[in-house]
Every structure is written in C-alpha cells, then in structure tokens.
Design a protein around this ligand. Sequence first.
Ligand SMILES: [Zn+2]
Length: 297
Amino acid sequence: MNREIEDLFERQMRAWPQLAQGIEGLAQAKTIPLRIDWFDVFVRHIPHRIASTTAPVDLKSVAKRPCFLCAGNLPAEEEGLRFDDDFMIYCNPFPIVDRHLTIAHREHTRQRIANQFGHMLDLAAALQGYFVVYNGPECGASAPDHMHFQAGSRGLFPIEQDTAGLAGITVPNYSRNVLILRGRDRSALIDRMDRAIDLLAETTGKRPEPMVNLAVFNDRGEWITYLFPRSKHRPAVFHTGELTVSPASIDLCGIFVVPLAHDFERIAGEAIAAILREVTLPDDQFNEVAGRLEGGH
Ligand SMILES: [Zn+2]
C-alpha cells in the first residue's frame, strides 16, 4: 500500500496544482516545540488551515455547500486509490503533516464511528508508518455529512513518544484525558471501543455518538488506539476571537495547528494546556468511564 501511495503523491503533485501548493505551504510552515506539563507539543503555523479551522459545521451551512468529499464534486485533477469496498484514499491538499491523506467513504453517508472502527484498524494495519484519525461530526470534522478518516506520516506524532510503554488506559497528569486501547486482536479491540463509546454516550448523555476524536496506528501487528472524549467543539478563546484555533485529533496528538501569524507569535504552552483541558472530558466524567471500562462493568 505504501508504494502505491508514494506513486499517487508523485502523480498528483504533477497533475494537481492545489496539492503541490499545499505541500509547498507545509514545507514553509514554522514549527516550534512548547513544553506543557511533562511533554512537548509542536505548535505549527500553517496559514492554509484557516478555512478548516473556522469552517461552519452546523447542519444549515453544511447543507448549503456541495459536499467536497463526494466523488462527483472532486476537482478534475484529483485521483483516488481504492482501499476496500467502502473507502477511497486521496491526497489532502491542505496538509498538517507529511503524506496527509483523506480517506473518504464511497457513499455520501454521515460521519459516525459506529460500525466503522474496523475499517480504521484495517487502514492503520495497511498503512505502516502512518497514523489514522477520526474526528467526530462535532469535534473537528469539516465534512460532518460525509464519513471520512484522515491519515498521515508518524514522522512527527508526539503522543506516541509521550505514551510509549504505558499499558494502562489512562494517562495521569496529562493535560488532556485520553483512553489508550492496545492489542493485536482486531475483534477484541472493536468490542472494547464499542463499549467505551457506549459508556461515554451514557455518561455524557450524547447519543447516538458521544463527542470523540480517535487516533490509531499499527506497529508490527499491534494496534495502539487513542480515544479522546470531548466536552466541547471549540474553546472559549475561539469564540471571543482571542485565538483562532479549533483542536481536532491531530492537535490532541501533539501537533497544535495555528493558522494565524499573530496567534503563533504569542501563544504560550499554558494557553494550549488550558485549551486541551477545556475541550476534553472533565476528570470526574472521564474517571467514571475509565474505571468502568477497566473494571469491565
Ligand atoms: Zn459527500
């Protein structure tokens, strides 16, 4: 699969100016590490992310625009790779990381993780050296009406180092609460994820799907999955105009996207830690879900 993706990027870089421009934009992006708590977050200034960071994702606005993930609406130059019966892999023209991919369902079906987590695990297994993410419809997905994942190179994927060797499902003293599910048994992982999603829906009262971001990668047969339960889509500083940031899976994994230069110049580690805490599930609810998941009841 990796070879086919390299070839796809090579062809699309030549044929599709918007992609070439996006990759050039990423090459020009400034990245600085900022210490928050006991780990680094890489703050990345990428101007081309502004449309996504500020995208209106309410039902009304979404219904008004042509769906940019439906095959019939793609630019003529854009080419995809078939992954399985359900999903197509495309190069993302607004990359945050190297080899940024958008993996879209072939049908216009809304963003839901139920019955799709198995596809996510299969993608992670097929894409060695990549991580795969899912952004819930109210948690950063800019197409909440069309089922999709994203993937990118693990060359920069800070959470992997932060949590290496942790076997448990909670990370103590972390600025964002995260459940870590790892293992080699695909169906056992799907069962545990279903259970976690159920418990979160019950605890937060959000149905059919609680607010979540997911990230997964596969390293020589073992899957490592990060589940970030959310309490909010965007932080208060976004709404006041103080900082134009809107964290989704990649930000929670430690690559914090800042599209505006004047935000990038003044943002501090404490502000990022506070934002991550604000948008993820508060400790009491998180601990209840983590405890029940660990206890198996
Ligand atoms: Zn669509």
